[in-house]
Design a binder for this molecule. Structure first.
Ligand code: PMP
Length: 440
């Protein structure tokens, strides 16, 4: 069957439950570009939703995985250790955001990591409830879905979710009906106040196992948590023996210009979650905690057929090495400054300004929020509905893959962390032209 005919096969026989940004078949990916069967070569500012952080088919990562394929692919983790599993721990120990984080378990996806963290916190504390954030996203499996509050589409029609999940508003001005220039300190205070109320009115501390937070809220709109909020949550957790689960599935692993986004706040997670960029495209997630916590589990409580796959672990070892050898953090910070400067200049143009609520984010996890008529508080009288989707579609037409996120009109920039200065310039130009054209 020819590739074109396969496209029709896919359109007919793949569930409609899976959305797609564009038609065509991806046939290759190199560095910052993806190749399509119809000849299109697109600049990829999506990195497959924050996964191919070192670009597509990074030579060292692909080689490490290919070499591992010739040794052993499925070295089942409940039979014995395999070398890449242990090498990965060796690499990760020195880059932990806090020295207390010294116990590792690897799984395949971010959702599974969240499941493991929720389960672990309930087992260890003996408490049933968890607190999550309005706007937060943690995955598509049952437990992860139950602590997700970013969009109803993720559970619409599903019926009851797992019990014992309570939420407070993430410190994001929309959540309090405020304006974009509300100070982070004020937002932090408002969310902390809601947390204290929740612990007094809805779930008593002695019933609360964990609080789960994304350091930079991803699917909910690319909103960094103010460091004072994270520190305040840490204090409340310490006071009540509640475990703090920091979900860095999207924002971790050098994405924000630090190895872990939580480093900026100095906060110590009880459980830290990683996935996506961890293995640059190979399915792998990490659940990282303290030995004193994980030693309370009995053998058999954790596991999974494919957990900690040898090829994925070998790829992840190469990723950690490349982040150091290729000075990725320095590149993230340099490219991030260029991106922020360009987006803020664009947002200040007289014709554009009324259509943009905010440019925000950390490192190379940047969101541009357009004024919207769909949800409360449009920031502009003449707000164009669905502006983020229109801009994203226009970018695609011009050769740039740029995803949207959240119920608000947010376009998200998650380019490769090793993106060159020229590629960044090219992407910014396409985006700026697209915005100017769409608002005309
Ligand atoms: N947590 C966060 C913060 C995420 O962004 C995601 C995925 N977008 C997940 C968990 C779930 O990860 P996965 O899709 O690998 O299951």
């Amino acid at each position: 069957m020819a590739l074109r005919a396969l496209q029709t096969l896919g359109e007919t026989h793949v569930t409609k439950g899976l959305g797609r940004l564009t038609t065509g078949i991806m046939t290759g990916g190199q560095g910052s570009y993806i190749q399509f069967d119809d000849g299109r070569k697109l600049l990829d500012f999506s990195t497959g939703i924050g996964v191919t952080s070192l670009g597509h088919c990074h030579p060292k990562v692909s080689k490490a995985a290919a070499d591992q394929c010739m040794n052993i692919v499925h070295a089942q983790c409940s039979i014995a250790f395999h070398e890449p599993y242990l090498r990965l721990i060796e690499r990760l120990l020195p880059v932990m955001p806090h020295p207390s984080l010294d116990s590792f378990f690897f799984w395949n996806s971010g959702s599974e990591a969240v499941e493991a963290a929720l389960k672990m916190s309930r087992i260890v504390t003996g408490r049933p409830n968890v607190i999550c954030m309005q706007g937060g996203y943690h995955g598509r499996t049952y437990g992860a879905m139950s602590v997700t509050r970013s969009k109803t589409i993720y559970f619409e029609g599903n019926g009851a979710l797992a019990p014992g999940a309570f939420s407070i508003p993430y410190p994001y001005w929309h959540h309090f009906g405020l304006s974009p220039n509300t100070s982070p300190a004020e937002l932090a205070n408002m969310s902390l106040y809601q947390l204290k109320l929740l612990l007094a009115q809805s779930t008593a501390p002695k019933d609360t196992a964990a609080i789960i937070i994304e350091t930079v809220m991803g699917e909910g709109g690319y909103v960094p948590a103010p460091p004072e909020f994270l520190r305040g949550v840490r204090e409340i957790c310490d006071e009540h023996g509640i475990m703090l689960i920091i979900d860095e599935v999207q924002c971790g692993f050098a994405r924000t210009g630090k190895f872990w986004a939580v480093e900026e706040s100095g906060v110590r997670p009880d459980i830290l979650l990683s996935a996506k960029g961890l293995a640059n495209g190979f399915p792998l997630s990490a659940i990282i905690s303290r030995k004193e916590v994980t030693d309370q589990l009995k053998p058999g409580m954790m596991g999974g057929t494919y957990a900690g796959n040898a090829v994925s672990c070998a790829a992840a070892v190469a990723v950690v090495d490349a982040i150091k050898e290729e000075k990725i953090l320095a590149n993230v910070n340099a490219r991030s400054s260029e991106l922020f400067a360009a987006l803020k200049a664009l947002a200040a143009e007289p014709d554009v300004a009324p259509h943009i609520n905010e440019v925000r984010g950390k490192g190379l996890m940047v969101g541009v929020e357009f004024a919207s008529t769909t949800y409360p508080l449009p920031n502009a009288a003449q707000a164009i509905p669905k502006l983020a989707s229109l801009v994203s579609a226009k970018c695609l037409e011009k050769g740039l893959v740029l995803l949207t996120t959240s119920i608000y009109e947010v376009v998200r920039f998650i380019p490769p962390l090793n993106i060159s200065e020229q590629e960044m310039k090219d992407g910014i130009k396409v985006f700026s032209d697209a915005v100017r054209e769409v608002i005309q």
